[in-house]
Write a protein that binds this ligand. Structure first.
Ligand SMILES: O=C(O)CCC(=O)C(=O)O
Ligand SMILES: [Fe+2]
Length: 419
């Protein structure tokens, strides 16, 4: 019955999420601590609020059940095949369906008094905000943010506020075009061009443009006016320069010289989230890490939604918009290049309010003509090489094939061990 109730599409999104989370060994070590902290805090709050019965009868068993499910999954190793077998089995399917409904209820409760103070207590505060015009210690601050959070916001980034506003207007106008015109933005590669609503992201539509790393006619597939093109080119120019600066700072932060992203392939993506009353309390984009090296995100100044997983607590932390700032985050390739030091931050977009949300994203993917590997300076006897050299296209294909969206594909790329 419950199984039938659970919406099939959101369920597969949920399964992706929970599947990836369950397969992350690091998170599991926190379960005991979470359970204990939750119990103490919930007892305290429930007692104070005079709703002990509700707490005992509803909330606590609910959380216990989800934790029980997580522990069950510890029996499974990191292979998606095993997870699929679990999911497809009678008992596994039922558990996931029930857990889906329960976790949905839990996330609704997240707005209430029970979980919020607990999350706040466990969390490390806000993601760092870095002033790009800081004269001393900028490179070290960036590297530190990449290691600790895998995401940070930047101010004084050199992108004029008017350009950010103009760009948002252009993006909105492109999405306002009739469906048949948007569909003309095609690409031979899947996931590129115009991306319409799909079952795992039913509120999201997007445009994805590849090869924006150097000036060119990459706007041609878009039905954009000359004025709109001018703004897009201007925006991409400044954002590409910003990416270059960040690449140099990452090198400097490790005591290395050079232009890290010189000649690397970049991709642009525009997102429109059709958040409405029905979508409140569900995902705009499900939990993932970016398969790229670095992401520069201009999120919507007016609508929140981005959440990242705190690597220490496993809790979702909001990355609320701060007008005029840009967010920068690390992807899987950055983790590989830094020999495991950078955090390929897991994130999702959550719908909190029925308001249309736009975002403009530049992905620095990696080099086209060579593989990515950690520089020798980041490898020594205490920090042995964690990954074989990676071809970015092969990596993306492997990631899609394995349906591992939160970076677990990296664990298949350990170099052979010499006994
Ligand atoms: O829209 C956002 O804020 C984030 C989008 C995102 O994570 C992505 O496109 O990879
Ligand atoms: Fe992302």
């Amino acid at each position: 019955m419950i199984r039938e109730d659970a919406n099939q599409q959101s369920r597969s999104t949920f399964e992706n999420e929970i599947g990836d989370v369950l397969m992350r060994k690091e998170l599991k070590s926190h379960i005991g601590v979470q359970l204990f902290a939750l119990w103490i805090l919930a007892e305290f709050l429930a007692y104070n609020q005079g709703c002990f019965l509700m707490h005992m009868g509803f909330f606590f068993p609910l959380k216990l059940f989800v934790l029980h499910l997580e522990q069950n999954a510890q029996a499974f190793d990191q292979s998606s095949a095993n997870f699929a077998a679990f999911k497809n089995s009678e008992v596994g399917g039922q558990r996931l369906a029930v857990a889906y409904v329960l976790s949905h209820e839990l996330s609704r409760l997240d707005h209430g008094f029970l979980i919020k103070p607990w999350s706040a207590m466990m969390a490390r505060g806000e993601v760092p905000v870095i002033d790009m015009q800081r004269v001393e210690g900028l490179a070290e601050e960036i590297v530190n943010a990449c290691e600790e959070w895998g995401i940070f916001r930047i101010i004084n980034h050199g992108i004029p506020a008017e350009l950010l506003t103009e760009m948002k207007a252009v993006v909105a106008a492109l999405f306002d075009l009739p469906e048949e015109i948007k569909r003309r933005t095609v690409s031979t590669e899947s996931g590129k061009g115009y991306i319409t609503f799909n079952p795992s992201t039913p509120y999201l539509e997007g445009f994805s443009i590849d090869e924006v790393s150097s000036p060119g006619d990459f706007c041609d597939p878009l039905d954009a006016s000359p004025h709109q093109r001018e703004i897009i080119y201007k925006y991409i120019n400044v954002i590409r320069d910003l990416a270059g600066l960040l690449g140099r700072k990452l090198m400097e932060g490790f005591g290395l010289a050079g232009d890290l992203f010189d000649g690397w392939n970049c991709q642009m993506r525009f997102n429109k989230y059709h958040f409405c009353q029905e979508s409140v309390g569900s995902c705009g984009v499900f939990l993932h890490s970016d398969p790229s090296f670095l992401t520069i995100l201009h999120d919507d100044d007016d609508v929140c939604g981005l959440q990242v997983v705190d690597k220490y607590t496993g809790e979702f932390t909001p990355v609320d918009p701060v007008p005029g700032t840009i967010a920068v985050n690390m992807g899987d390739i950055a983790k590989a290049w830094s020999n495991g030091r950078f955090c390929n931050v897991k994130h999702r977009v959550w719908c909190f309010e029925p308001k249309t949300r736009y975002s403009t994203v530049l992905f620095v993917l990696g080099p086209n003509d060579k593989k990515v590997e950690a520089p020798p300076e980041l490898v020594d006897s205490e920090h042995p090489r964690l990954y074989v050299p990676i071809d970015i296209k092969e990596y993306r294909n492997a990631r899609s094939a394995k349906r591992l969206h939160t970076g677990n594909t990296l664990s298949y790329l350990a170099p052979p061990r010499h006994e």
